[in-house]
Design a protein around this ligand. Structure first.
Ligand code: HEM
Length: 155
């Protein structure tokens, strides 16, 4: 829907960009001084970036769909929400052990973020695979909602 409506825009894309900045500064004039680049150029950049994002969306959509399905299958393997934390910690420790010094703080943060994103998406899929249990809140079955499976707090 996003992509098809974006296609319908066609040659009206510059008009959209112009209208966007008009709406934006209308809502909050204090934002205007943040844009130091020539506004005509900024509008072109905005339109280009928006096009890029809209065209990349199907890939992301597919990835999320596959990851949710993977999470839903894991319910069938007997995996519980809390196990994601254990697996994540095991993965990070294994990476640290094998990579040694090159597994620095920034690398650890990046892996934590990446794992948490995947795990949260899988937990979303898991939650929809067992909606009644989630709704009634059966104990020991806490699913998504925990935004930090592994605290991103190195050291
Ligand atoms: C980033 C998170 C994870 C990824 C990417 C992942 C990936 C996979 C994949 C690709 C499979 C093969 C079967 C399938 O595609 O459905 C699988 C199976 C399995 N996973 Fe995971 N998994 C993750 C987290 C977990 C967690 C947290 C547990 C809990 C201990 C777990 C336990 C299992 C088990 C028990 C199986 C079935 C193994 C078997 O058939 O013997 N996984 N996983």
């Amino acid at each position: 829907m996003v992509q098809s409506s974006f296609e319908r825009l066609g040659p009206q894309l510059p008009a959209l960009a112009a209208r966007f900045y008009q709406e934006l500064f209308g809502r909050d004039p204090a934002l205007r001084p943040l844009f130091t680049t020539d506004l005509a150029l900024q509008k072109v950049r905005f339109a280009e970036k928006l096009t890029e994002i809209v065209w990349a969306m199907p890939c992301l959509d597919e990835l999320l769909t596959h990851t949710r399905a993977l999470g839903a299958r894991h319910v069938g393997y007997g995996v519980r929400a809390g196990d994601y934390q254990t697996v994540g910690a095991a993965l990070l420790d294994a990476l640290a052990a094998v990579l040694g010094d090159s597994f620095d703080e920034a690398t650890q943060e990046a892996w934590t973020l990446a794992y948490n994103l995947v795990a949260e998406t899988m937990l979303e899929g898991a939650a929809s695979a067992r909606p009644h249990r989630q709704l009634t809140g059966v104990s020991g079955d806490q699913t998504a909602g925990e935004s930090h499976l592994i605290p991103n707090d190195p050291g």
